[in-house]
Design a protein around this ligand. Structure first.
Ligand code: NAP
Length: 333
């Protein structure tokens, strides 16, 4: 089968599109024929090892230990291992292979069935592959860390990328009043996703406006922790999902210390994909409360181009990899 393989850390040029052995499922695994995948900053970090911790935390000190990339996936179950009981051959699934060996940039994967859930019936494979990592980050940031509830004023900083486009819609589905922060060209997109208010970060710094929010999810864009704290209501919660290295270290080093005084909570989210969150997202997607926003699609052979585009930092929604030959039947398109 064809797969994307990398043998050294580096820019997308180090990716090779080559023949590798088709996997066979172990007892607790399912073999999936991949129809679509999508790219995330997660893949970028494993590709480039730009975060040195990746090398120390099992990624491989000098070169990648695991030569395969790709977390988000949508496809069809082709075979099931002896002890895998949840799925049948033919089932359409989506999932996140982070924590399950990665490798969704390929024609087939084999992984524990716990990585997958049934695909939302109303979504194409491309749309379903856009969901897992970005939507789970947004959902766990807003619901689990942020304790979002109806009527709250919620601000999403970086509302136009993968995480942000899901976060705006998920926050609306919880009945929040949502303010989306993005650049001029993305204001209409944010409104169309349901944002009640939009702020153009190229013209206005929301942390200086005097407005306060019950919950802030920071998906992109840097502000100091003290600026975020200022923009929170007295019992407000700040959740950092992503941003610059400075922002990540600040949140890790100072967040819990700053939460000790007063009622405001400063924290972060680290996405933990599981079947519960995938099923929760399936419900929102099937109810039409959330719709994946796809910016671009690239064939599997051009995964390097897709990652290069993502790495520029200005994707509008998700960047999808189409794996199956689109002319063949059963792609759900
Ligand atoms: N914590 C976790 O478990 C977890 C999981 C997934 C992702 N993440 C992190 O979350 C972050 C967002 O991921 P993503 O998939 O949404 O990334 P993305 O899709 O690559 O984000 C691109 C978007 O960010 C916007 N943006 C860039 N600079 C901005 C700024 N200064 N202010 C506001 N928006 C800005 C861009 O809009 P413009 O073109 O208008 O600038 C673009 O639409 C990344 O840092 C990623 O590493 C964390």
């Amino acid at each position: 089968m064809k797969a994307i393989v990398y043998e050294r850390y580096g820019p997308p040029d180090v990716l090779q599109f080559k023949d590798v052995e088709k996997p066979t499922p172990k007892d607790d695994e399912v073999l999936i024929k991949v129809y679509a995948a999508s790219v995330n900053a997660y893949d970028w970090h494993f590709l480039t090892a730009d975060i040195f911790l990746i090398r120390l935390m099992g990624g491989g000190l000098l070169k990648p230990k695991n030569t395969r990339l790709g977390a988000d996936i949508a496809g069809r179950v082709e075979a099931v291992g002896r002890n895998a009981k949840q799925f049948q051959p033919g089932d359409e699934v989506f999932g996140d292979m982070a924590g399950h060996g990665n490798g969704s940039f390929a024609e087939y994967v084999s992984a524990s069935e716990s990585a997958f859930a049934l695909k939302p019936a109303n979504l194409s494979f491309d749309e379903a592959a856009a969901v897992p990592m970005a939507a789970v980050t947004a959902l766990q940031g807003l619901r689990d860390e942020g304790q979002i509830h109806r009527g709250q004023k919620v601000l999403i900083n970086g509302a136009s990328g993968g995480v942000g486009t899901f976060a705006v819609q998920i926050a609306k589905s919880f009945g929040a009043e949502v303010t989306a922060v993005c650049s001029t060209r993305n204001l209409d997109q944010a409104r169309s996703l349901g944002a009640d208010h939009v702020i153009d970060y190229t013209k206005e710094d929301f942390t200086q406006s005097g407005q306060q929010y019950d919950l802030i999810l920071a998906a992109n864009g840097y502000h100091s922790l003290s600026a975020y704290k200022r923009a929170l209501t007295p019992k407000g919660v700040y959740v950092m999902a992503g941003g610059s290295m400075a922002q990540i270290f600040e949140a890790m080093l100072l967040g819990s210390w700053m939460s000790k005084t007063g009622g405001k909570k400063m924290g972060g989210v680290s996405a933990k994909p599981n079947q519960e969150v995938l099923a929760f997202m399936k419900g929102l997607l099937e109810a039409g409360k959330v719709v994946p926003v796809i910016d671009r699609r690239y064939p599997l052979s051009e995964t390097a181009e897709a990652l290069r585009y993502l790495g520029e930092g200005h994707a509008r929604g998700k960047v999808v990899i189409t794996v199956e030959d689109r002319s063949s039947p059963g792609t759900g398109e």
